[in-house]
Design a protein around this ligand. Sequence first.
Ligand SMILES: NC(=O)C1=CN([C@@H]2O[C@H](COP(=O)(O)OP(=O)(O)OC[C@H]3O[C@@H](n4cnc5c(N)ncnc54)[C@H](OP(=O)(O)O)[C@@H]3O)[C@@H](O)[C@H]2O)C=CC1
Ligand SMILES: N[C@@H](CCO)C(=O)O
Length: 428
Amino acid sequence: MTSPLRLGIAGIGTVGVGVIRIVQRHADMLTARSGRPVTISAVSARARNKDRGVRLGDYAWEDDPVTLAGRDDVDVFVELVGGDTGPAKDAVEAALKAGKDVVTANKALLAHHGQALAELAEANGAVIRFEAAVAGGIPCIKALGEGLSGNEITRVMGVMNGTCNYILTRMESAGLAYDTVFQEASDLGYLEADPTLDVGGIDAGHKLALLASLAFGCQVDFDGVALEGIERIAIDDINHAADMGFRVKLLGVAQMTGRGLEARMSPCLVPASSPLGQLEGATNMVVLEGDSVGQVVLRGAGAGEGPTASAVMGDVMDIARGIRLPTFGRPAASLAKPKRADANVPAPFYLRMVLTDKPGALAKIASCLGEAGISIDRMRQYDHAAGSAPVLIVTHKAMRQSLDSAIAAMSGTGVLESDPVALRIEDV
Ligand SMILES: NC(=O)C1=CN([C@@H]2O[C@H](COP(=O)(O)OP(=O)(O)OC[C@H]3O[C@@H](n4cnc5c(N)ncnc54)[C@H](OP(=O)(O)O)[C@@H]3O)[C@@H](O)[C@H]2O)C=CC1
Ligand SMILES: N[C@@H](CCO)C(=O)O
């Protein structure tokens, strides 16, 4: 029989346990599909005696993931610890230096160190696979890197943080305030240990940076992703959007423009009738656009034990079958640093603000927009509360930079009671 592919799994939390369950449950099927058995030699985590609800007795134990990565009986190092520094990074580097292939779900690690790790892998004849790092169970890396590799990719988009989509859709369906739903998400265990990673758009930004590298053949450039979180979205924004036929989504968009690579992760208004607009709960959606294929929409679970382990195992199976592709779709040395777009493609914007209710207040705001070259499409004062006037404005297409300078000018008028909320209306 062909020699087995032997895994060393570092991290036996949610995802690691899911991977072990698949290997144990589907041993015969995996062998039949890949032509060789897939086995586990050793595992590593912090707490050796913790009951993880899965059989571990057949596997060697290592306290240190770096030692695990260097074991002679490990062909593929499966990194499911997490974090962009510390044991995850040290162990992945050790595995690659030893010429071992790496499968990881760690978007933070690759968003920050993807280029260096891809170079290290190639220098040592190893491969890195990371399907689980972007949109959990959705095989979007494989779709982009393989199925669509005959296309020039024109745009990639996605709702890639389930927690944020849960919060935004639950606010709308239950009419609840952000803080209330944030607490619900926390009680349900959805939030990362540091919730800013979710609601600040950072986790989804990591994922977008990885997709953009594959899509546009450039180095991973997480610092080039313009990030904005959902913390300032109020139930008023959700309701106004719904009145106009839109939904608010934390949307990632990456596209190559004449000005360079535009990559942003921010709350946007999308048509309620679009596939993205209809995405409910903690589900993810990735939209890929190519010059020959047109638009491809992938929808599925972006997190959780089963879906994420499914993606990890897809990568393991490719390695078992002998499929060896460069980390970001082409040799690392050929990936150039992307030129960052100095301005975004223009779009209409939604603006909500609270003004001091006094004569001329609205005129001052309108003139700030006019002086920045921004034309107003719709404007209304929608409520009144003791001296304050909430106002909603929808602009014609404008550059975000122009809008930001208009908002900066507004803050000098003395009529703003709080910083305006500005949301791009995205053409999806
Ligand atoms: N959970 C999900 O739905 C998804 C997760 N991911 C990514 O997958 C990776 C794993 O996530 P998840 O399974 O949720 O994380 P968990 O927190 O559930 O598990 C992390 C595991 O790593 C172990 N660990 C932590 N520090 C060390 C260390 N210093 N040495 C050895 N082991 C260590 C922990 O040990 P112990 O159990 O003993 O504490 C635990 O087993 C992360 O990169 C995450 O971003 C990606 C997509 C979805
Ligand atoms: N915190 C992430 C987990 C999956 O990466 C989410 O909510 O989507």
